[in-house]
Every structure is written in C-alpha cells, then in structure tokens.
Design a protein around this ligand. Structure first.
Ligand code: ATP
Length: 822
C-alpha cells in the first residue's frame, strides 16, 4: 500500500516537474520575461545615469540607510528612478563595479530581447564580453582614479575596482598593474577580432616593414580561412561488404555456370542448397545498398562572381549573425522512424529451388530455339529476380528479345521483361517476378544510411532497385515528375512515399506543398499539417484543393509567385533559389526591399487526367508554364494520372516532364505514352515501377507506406507548434473575369482608391498599368482598384487590351462622386 502510494507520489511529482518545465518553455512566458528584463534594464539605465547628477544630493540619505525614510513618500531623494533606483545605483556604482555597471544592464537588455525573439543574440558571447568589460573597466577606473576616492560621492571603479587595484599594486607595483591592464585589454581585443594582431604589428613596426606586414595580413587571412569549416568535396566513402562464398562443383559440360547475386543484407537465407550437379553458384555481395553513399558533393568551390546590383551592393544586414529561417519554429522536431511500420518479411531471402527451376527453364527455352549461353547470373531483388545471361558467340540479340513471350510461357509468370543488352554490360537481362515478393517498407528506406546522409535539396526515396539498392532522386534536379499507371497499381502509395520522404528531411520553413486532389480522399490526411507544410490561396478555405476552378486559380497564382520570385532573383543578381537563399541567409539582401527567404514549393496533383478532361487548356497551360520556368525558383511539380492516354499526357506535358514514373499499365500503347517505350505493361503491379530520367528506365520496387503510417506522421507534425496560417500564395485576379463585378467589395476600398481615381481622371486614361506604374504596385492590386473604380462608375467596363473609358470629365466631378462614396 505504502509502496503504491509512494509510486503515486513519484508520478505526481514528475507530472508537476513536467508542468513547471513546460511552463518555462512556453513562448509567451519567454516573451513576458524578456519584456520585464528589457523594461528593468531601461529603469536601471535611468537610475544609473541619474546617479551622476543626483548622487551627491542623495548621498546623505542613502548612506544613512534609514529604511523608514527611504520608504516614506517625502524621502527627498532626487534620483529620477526614485529612492529604490538611487539605492540600486549607489550599490552597483559605489559598492560594486563603478561606472562599468552599465554593462550589467546591457546584458540584461540583450537577454530580454533574445527571450522576446526580437533579435537572435549569442548570449554566452555577450555574457563573456560584458563580464570582461565590467571587471576590466572597474579595475581600470579604480586604479587610475584611486586618489579621488576620498573626496567624491561617486567611485568610478566601485569598491571592487578600488580593492583589486590596491591588492594588485601591493603584488606587482604600479607599473605592473599598467602592464596587466594593457595585456588584458589587448587579449580582449584579439578575442573580438584577430585583426588586432595586424594593427599591433603595424603600430610596432612603425611603417618600417610595410611589405612584411602585407604578407602577414595575407597569412592571417589564410589562417582565418583555414579556421572556417572547409567545404571540400567529400571523398566518396565506400564501405564494402564483400561476402564471397563460392560453392564450386563439377559442372556438367553442357550446363552453363550460374551466379546468384543475392540480396545485400547480411542475413539472407539460402533455403536449400542446390544439388551439386545442377548449379555452380557464386554469391557475390556488392553491398550497394548498405554502402555509405557519399553525400552528393556540392561541386568544387567554384564561384561565378555575379555583378552586384545597385540596390543590394552595399546592403549588409544590421545583424552579424546569419539569418536562420528555422528560428520561427526552432523547436520543431522531425518525424521519427518509430512512426512507421516495420515489415517482418522485408528481409530478402533466396529460394534456391525457385532460382534453380527458373534458371533451368530459361536455359531450356533458349536452347529449344537454338540459343546457347555461356553463363547465367541471378540477382534477387525484393520482388523481381534479374537473370543476366551471356550468350555464346554469334547469337543475335534480337533473337533473344523476340523470345519474351516464350520465356514467360515456360516460366508461367507474368511480368517477364527482357533487357537486351543491359546498358553498360555485355549481357542480356531477363527479369522474372519472385514467387514470394517482399514488401519494401518506407521505414527501411527512410532509415537507410543513404537517405539519412543524403545532401539532396529535395530528397525523394522511391524504393529499392532490383539489386536491393535504396533508390533515391533529387526532385530539384528532375525537376518535375509525371507519375502514371493503371488504377490499383501503387500510384497513391508512390505519391505518399514522395511526400513522406520530404517530410522526413525538410523543416516547415524550407518546404511547402500545394496538394491537388480531385478525388477528394487521397490527400485529406495531410490537411492537419496545413500550418506547417501547406500552401494555399489567401481566400482558400481548404488547403487541399479539390475543386477544379480553385485548381486553375491556384496554378495561376503559382505562376504569379513564379514571376515575383524571378523578379527577386533578378534584383539579387543570382541565378537560382539556392544562391538567393544563401545570400538572404547571409543578410546580403534587404528584406525592406521585398526580399524574403523562399521555401521550396512542391505541387502534387493527383488525378491530373480528370483536370485536363474538365478544364483542358486552362489547366494545361499554367502547368506547362510552371514546368518550363519554375526550376530555378524552387517550384517543382509531381503530376499523377491513371489514364495514360495521349489526350491527357499531351506533347506539351511530355516535353516538360523529363522524369517519369510508370506503374503497371494495361497496354503497350499506354507504356509508350508514358515512357516512349514498352515495359510498363510488363510490370507486376503492387508498387513495381519503372523510373525514367534520360536514357534507360530503372526498375524499382516502390516503398510501401500505408495510410495509417502517414496519418501518424502528419499527426506527429500537427501536434507541434506551426505557423499561424498556411503559406499564402499570391492572389490571382483573372483578367477575363474582370467584367464580372459581382464580388467587388466597395465596403473595403483600397487605400489608394481615391489617388488612383484622381490619376485616372487627370490622365483621362483608364489603364491598369498606369496605376501599377505610378503607385509601384502589382498587377493584382491595380486590377482590383480598377474593378472598384468601375463599380463606382468612374471608369467604364474593360475593353480588352484598350484603356477603359473614363466617365468623370474633371476633378470636380470626381470629388463629388468620391464624397458620395465615402
Ligand atoms: N509499394 C507497394 N508495395 C506493396 N504493395 C503495394 C505497393 N503499392 C501499392 N500496393 C498495393 O496496391 C494497392 C493499391 O495501391 P494504390 O492505392 O497506391 O493504387 P493506385 O494506383 O493509387 O490506385 P487508384 O488509382 O485506384 O487510386 C495498395 O492498397 C497495396 O495493397
């Protein structure tokens, strides 16, 4: 009983400790504490400054230390901060550190501002700096003004300075104290800047050895550079596990040797050893997927100096520290691996019986068509085994290629694919589905070293290749992907895998998704992370876009965002988002001139075929525009369709989506539509896919991530602090819709409305671009003002590309109308 009780007490104790911890971690509490500190330091400033003028008058009262008198209303204290301020100032200045006590309030103010998140100071640096200055100046003044201590109300070095100086003099004498002060001052200046050494050398050399000094500057610069973290090309590190077990048997002359390259995991199982006479196998283990894949090198340090624009050339942000985009959500925690499911059967195993049977059948089928082979090697993937055969000399490759159906028949298997020849190898590949396919769990892919250590900007882990390598791509480089496949073949899982990989690697400040889901069910699980990762139109209610008209608006709005990003890039004289953000982080771009940190935007459109069927060109054109231009400014698209027909995957779409993912389709025609070649029709479904970027498609087993897993991940993110709203895309005003003035809100006139009206009337020209130009505003806002002017009867309706008619003859007429309106 007692034990139970004490356990209970421990639990409540822990709970209350947690509550206290949570209380102090609370951002509002931080802000309030910070504010209190800042205000207190202002009060302290008042008290200390006023002490210089009022200290003498207050001295007698303070020194008397009569607490009753000090507490009374008529205490006659002159200090602007009252009797308590006078006491505090007298204590800090006279009893402690003298005038250098001002450094205390500097540190308090800095701490307060940091807590309030007004500015991000490195507190420990400020602490060390303020403490050193406090002590040094205290001793300095105590030492220099020692003689004046007797006849002044103010001790410039405080009692601390005085006492330390007396002790130092007794130890090292007056010259010794001067030396100590000098050395400590120099050390502090060196701590602040290494360039102090150069100034000192300059002073000491007195200009005699100018040339040498120049050399030393260079040397120091080099030293400083060397201290910076080096960005060198990391040497690829390859951990190779080479397990080579060879079972050599006497081979019957007519049987070609066969190698089975098993899955790369250490604990693969050989279910049954092959009978000696049938198989000669080499297990060669290349460990590609457990290789520590080197982070993709950023490229050698090669810089193209871009001309710096007039507006930004001289701009160096007020703060020395680089801008940290993650600071708004600095406590954000990335989703953990535990949120995903482990699958028991995802460890690849080799069924030797199956391998042997397949090998025999392949050899026999080929032989029955008069094709002899010299060797055969099997690589067992998660769902498919690749048999690499080397034909005897003189065998025509086209002959083997033509036997696809016959081999499929003899193996009685779906999804046989012949790759003749395998690019880069002198062999022919025959892919045969495994009788017992394994699930490639997303957990194993996200947890792999390759993914964890990847330095891609937008890493997407798609699954595993036939050789059990983790297959990853960088969406930034692709830069847009088309995903297609018949219904039920794994498209939605594939899209979830794409989103999940990005969620595991990116901070909410770095990435925003625009999710389009005409089916209304696929992406609804992501709605909870609206305030973290989703982007939407300012007037959009739902962050997941399901309505076709909203899709058109959103895509056009992305085009507007794209244009404004290009403008910013142009102003910043950089070529892409990476350079831009780097410049912004280093505070080389002025936020007051519209510069801002740009998150990547990934637009994912499920069932894009439905959209094309309903909205046609309205959707196709902005998609093509974004696809053509958005690469440099960090907007990437993933579009998916289950209808891979030419009226949906049009020439324009194909031309702009170089990276394609094909899940299983029903016909060769469909495969050709997606990949420009057959192959996707021979896949086995359930996440079996071909990835094409460039020359040859790669067969990949897509990682499997279930809806409950995605739900757990999104809930994990949603529970954390997010932004107040979703990321707002710019407003888009449809030019053609301007005649429809039904929803122009005259109750909320634009602040520039009257000025714009005067401008239009003076110029007698109803032109939106005139408003844009004169007031330096965007097209959207100018368009809105023009709509309001139309509704107010100041200009006529739109006349296409011509300027609108102005209905007010002169300014008097206009003023009357404006008076009526207001
Ligand atoms: N990578 C995978 N590994 C294992 N099984 C998978 C994989 N991908 C899909 N499947 C199986 O296939 C089923 C259908 O997948 P999914 O819902 O992704 O198909 P889809 O192509 O999106 O279909 P639809 O177009 O009708 O939405 C899943 O429920 C799952 O059982």
């Amino acid at each position: 009983m007692a034990k139970k009780k004490s356990e209970k007490e421990v639990v409540t104790d822990e709970a209350s400790t947690n509550k206290v911890i949570l209380f102090f971690k609370n951002e509002t509490i931080h802000f309030v504490l910070g504010l209190v500190l800042v205000i207190f330091s202002v009060y302290l400033l008042l008290a200390l400054s006023s002490f210089f003028f009022t200290g003498a008058a207050d001295q007698s009262i303070i020194d008397a230390g009569n607490s009753q008198e000090l507490a009374s209303v008529n205490n006659h204290v002159k200090n602007y901060a009252g009797s308590r301020g006078a006491q505090l100032a007298s204590y800090l200045i006279n009893d402690c550190f003298g005038v250098s006590s001002f450094f205390i309030l500097v540190f308090l103010a800095v701490t307060g501002l940091k807590l309030m998140r007004v500015r991000n100071f490195r507190l420990w640096k400020w602490f060390i700096g303020c403490t050193l200055l406090l002590v040094w100046f205290s001793v300095f003044f105590g030492f220099v003004l020692m003689e004046h201590y007797k006849d002044t109300f103010i001790y410039f070095g405080g009692m601390h300075g005085y006492n330390v100086s007396i002790w130092l003099i007794s130890q090292v004498g007056v010259p010794g104290v001067w030396m100590i002060l000098l050395v400590t001052a120099i050390c502090f200046l060196i701590y602040l800047s290494a360039r102090t050494i150069i100034w000192l050398r300059k002073i000491l050399s007195l200009g005699f050895i100018k040339r040498k000094e120049k050399e030393s500057v260079e040397a120091l610069d080099e030293e400083e550079e060397a201290e910076q973290p080096e960005f060198t090309n990391p040497q690829p590190q390859t951990v190779e596990f080479s397990v080579k077990k060879t079972f050599k048997q006497d081979i019957p002359a007519q049987q070609p040797a066969m190698e089975v390259a098993p899955p790369v995991h250490d604990n693969f199982m050989v279910e049954e050893p092959a009978p000696a006479e049938a198989l000669d196998m080499t297990f060669s283990k290349t460990a590609d997927d457990v290789m520590v894949s080197p982070p993709i090198p950023e490229g050698p340090a090669f810089e193209v100096a871009t001309p710096v624009g007039d507006d930004d050339e001289s701009y160096q942000g007020p703060e020395v520290e680089p801008y940290n985009p993650q600071l708004d959500l600095e406590n954000y925690r990335y989703p953990t691996l535990e949120l995903m499911k482990k699958y028991d059967n995802n460890e690849p195993t080799i069924n030797m019986e199956e391998q042997k049977a397949n090998k025999d059948r392949i050899i026999n089928t080929l032989r029955s068509f008069g094709i002899e082979i010299s060797s055969i090697k099997a690589t067992v993937g998660p769902t498919v085994t690749l048999y690499e055969i080397t034909p005897e000399q003189g065998v025509r490759i086209s002959k083997i290629r033509g036997l696809e159906d016959d081999i499929a028949l003899s193996l009685s298997a779906l999804g046989i694919r012949i790759i003749a020849p395998i690019p880069g190898k002198g062999t022919i590949g025959i892919e045969v589905p495994n009788s017992n396919p394994k699930i490639v769990s997303m957990q194993s892919i996200i947890g792999s070293k390759k993914f964890q250590e990847s330095s891609y900007d937008l890493p997407i882990a798609l699954g595993k290749t036939i050789t059990n390598e983790v297959f990853m791509v960088d969406l930034c480089k692709m830069p847009h992907v088309l995903v297609a496949g018949a219904t039920g073949q794994g498209k939605s899982v594939g899209l979830n895998a794409i989103i999940t990989s990005l969620l595991y690697k990116k901070h909410p400040s770095e990435l925003k998704f625009v999710l389009v889901d005409p089916k209304k069910v696929e992406f609804s699980i992501y709605s909870v992370i609206e305030h973290h990762f989703l982007a939407k139109l300012p007037d959009g209610e739902e962050a997941i876009i399901t309505d076709v008209t909203k899709v058109v608006q959103t895509l056009n709005s992305i085009c507007v965002e794209m244009d404004s990003r290009y403008d910013l890039l142009k102003k910043a004289h950089v070529r892409n988002i990476k350079e831009y953000n780097e410049k912004f982080i280093n505070r080389k771009l002025n936020p007051e001139k519209g510069h801002k940190f740009m998150p990547y935007i990934v637009v994912i459109i499920d069932e894009f075929g439905d959209l094309i069927m309903t909205a046609g060109k309205e959707v196709e054109l902005p998609i093509a525009r974004i696809a053509q231009l958005a690469r440099a400014i960090g907007i990437h698209m993933v579009i998916a369709t289950q209808r891979p027909t030419t009226n949906i995957i049009t020439g324009t779409i194909k031309a702009n989506f170089p990276a394609r993912v094909a899940f299983r389709v029903s016909s060769m025609m469909d495969s050709r539509t997606i990949l420009d070649r057959p192959g996707a029709n021979q896949l086995i479904g359930r996440g079996d896919m071909l990835f094409l970027q460039g020359a040859d498609p790669i067969r990949v087993q897509c990682a499997f991530v279930d809806t409950p897993e995605v739900e757990d991940i999104t809930k994990y993110i949603a529970r954390q602090q997010g932004y107040p709203t979703a990321f707002f895309l710019p407003e888009y005003v449809n030019e053609d819709a301007s005649s429809d003035l039904g929803d122009v809100d005259m109750g909320r006139l634009d602040p520039l409305f009257s000025d714009a009206a005067r401008l239009i009337v003076i110029h007698q020209q109803g032109s939106t671009s005139l408003i844009q130009r004169k007031f330096a505003i965007g097209y959207n806002r100018a368009g809105r003002i023009m709509d309001q002017l139309e509704k107010a009867g100041i200009v006529g309706p739109s006349e296409g590309s011509k300027a609108r008619q102005v209905m007010c003859l002169d300014e008097n007429d206009l003023e009357m109308r404006l008076n009526n309106l207001m």
